[in-house]
Design a protein around this ligand. Structure first.
Ligand SMILES: [Zn+2]
Length: 132
């Protein structure tokens, strides 16, 4: 199922088309110096990640959706378990969003890539020499 391929790609920083090459140059999303560093193309299937200038601007919509989902989770969790006042709720939410910025950037870009390039099993099994 496509959602599982997307989740795999998202969690393990893998190319959406072959699940072999890394998308970001560094594994640690909290390495703030290299947070945005991406490979230009997949080293396994040679997919060019940024297919046109500004391609990843669309990932902002995904980031917005992720933040909205996080807000919903935070709201439900807060109401069920924490019962904070409004100021505590806002401060807690803002602090959690700041902590999650590096993950949100990566996940939104990887999800955006998965919108355009689906997983192809035959590309994953090809060796480096005969990849397209
Ligand atoms: Zn690839």
């Amino acid at each position: 199922m496509k959602i599982f391929y997307t989740i795999y790609s998202m969690l393990f920083n893998k190319c959406s088309r072959c699940h072999q090459g890394d998308v970001f140059t560094h594994k640690n999303p909290y390495d703030l110096k290299n947070m945005f560093s991406m490979h230009k193309s997949c080293d396994h299937c040679h997919l060019v990640y940024q297919k046109e200038p500004g391609f990843f601007y669309g990932a902002m919509y995904v980031s917005y959706a992720l933040s909205s989902g996080w807000f919903t989770i935070w709201y439900v969790f807060q109401n069920l378990f924490l019962n904070l006042d409004t100021l505590g709720f806002v401060i807690g939410f803002c602090a959690s969003i700041v902590v999650m910025i590096p993950l949100s950037i990566r996940w939104s870009r990887l999800i955006w890539l998965n919108f355009f390039y689906s997983y192809k099993k035959e590309l994953a099994q090809k060796t480096e020499s005969n990849a397209v």
